[in-house]
Design a protein around this ligand. Structure first.
Ligand SMILES: Nc1ncnc2c1ncn2[C@@H]1O[C@H](COP(=O)(O)OP(=O)(O)OP(=O)(O)O)[C@@H](O)[C@H]1O
Length: 305
């Protein structure tokens, strides 16, 4: 199977899961605990540091006293456990065969965060009996009781499972780097997701930039284009500078912020976590008040210019 075929498969699987969850929601059967923040971390292209952002944001939030679950939905890759030097004893297969409950494949890590690896092909999902689907969904429901934050590491790009989680997650943290291809792919992702799902509350994080000025400049450019051509406003969440310490932490399979508490990139993650934590959860329609205000400003600006 080709790589893009695999990504499409992943998207289909997660879409089915999301739709099942939605149906249950409408029936009042699946309800995530009120107040739990579900943030999907996405990128237009691969290799921009999405998994590193998920891990370090999760660990920093955990140090702020939050209970954090990372869902590795970058199906089949299992990056998060690899990056944390963890080898889960059980996989989703054990849940599907009924040997284990979903809670039992969640692993606690030394860094204080929990990780759930959710790799499953659409073929596997399609062959699930309604009973097994329910088991999975009920598992997710129960898990949300145990955490304040659920961070989802999605596949990269439009064909990734970000589309499936976009609606479910309510909050999308888009990771972009100063590379032209990363910027173009991020724009394409925002365009496609907005066309599919309407106004979504995009948050933008610039990774691997030279300094804060470059980060802010990139945000202003991208935000001007998405505002003008897509009527989509982006909320700036800050930047993480390019830092060799991060590369070293990946090699040593430990979170940067744990290994190097004073590294420049660690300070960026700290600022990011504080910004995330200081915001309220979005409202039921997925729009937080601040973002809605900015969208209105954009429209007024467009009308008056
Ligand atoms: N701020 C940074 N400074 C220096 N290197 C970084 C930074 N962020 C990420 N990297 C490096 O970029 C590489 C890719 O990072 P990562 O695996 O987190 O990206 P990704 O977007 O999740 O990739 P994929 O799409 O393949 O899952 C890693 O080797 C990491 O060390």
């Amino acid at each position: 199977m080709s790589f893009s075929g695999t990504m499409q498969d992943q998207a289909d699987t997660l879409r089915q899961l999301a739709f099942s969850a939605k149906r249950r929601n409408m029936e009042g059967q699946l309800e995530l605990r009120e107040g739990v923040r579900v943030i999907s971390v996405a990128s237009g292209k691969g290799g921009v540091g999405k998994s590193s952002v998920v891990i370090n944001l999760a660990v920093t939030l955990s140090r702020l006293g939050q209970r954090v679950l990372v869902v590795d939905a970058d199906l089949g890759v299992g990056d998060i456990c690899l990056l944390l030097g963890e080898s889960p004893r059980y996989t989703l297969d054990h849940v599907l065969t009924g040997e284990r409950g979903l809670e039992e494949i969640v692993i606690g890590t030394e860094s204080g965060i929990h990780v759930l690896s959710m790799g499953m092909t659409p073929q596997q999902y399609g062959s699930l009996t309604p009973h097994k689907r329910n088991l999975l969904l009920e598992g997710i429901e129960r898990l949300s009781d145990e955490f304040d934050y659920i961070l989802i590491d999605t596949g990269a790009g439009i064909s990734g499972n970000v589309s499936s989680f976009a609606v479910a997650a309510k909050e999308i943290l888009l990771v972009v780097t100063p590379e032209p291809t990363s910027i173009m792919d991020a724009y394409a992702l925002v365009k496609t997701l907005s066309a599919r799902h309407g106004a979504l509350p995009f948050k933008l994080l610039v990774n691997m930039c030279r300094d804060t000025e470059e980060g802010k400049g990139l945000y202003q450019k991208l935000s001007a284009i998405t505002g003008r051509f897509l009527e989509v406003s982006l909320q700036y969440m800050g930047c993480i500078v390019k830092d060799d310490m991060l590369v070293d932490s990946v090699r040593r399979r430990q979170p940067l912020c744990r290994l190097y508490p004073d590294a420049k990139a660690t300070l960026g993650f700290r600022a990011l976590a504080q910004k995330v934590a200081s915001e309220g959860a979005p409202t039921d329609d997925g729009i937080n008040v601040e973002a809605a205000g900015r969208r209105k400003e954009w429209r007024n600006h467009e009308l008056s210019s």
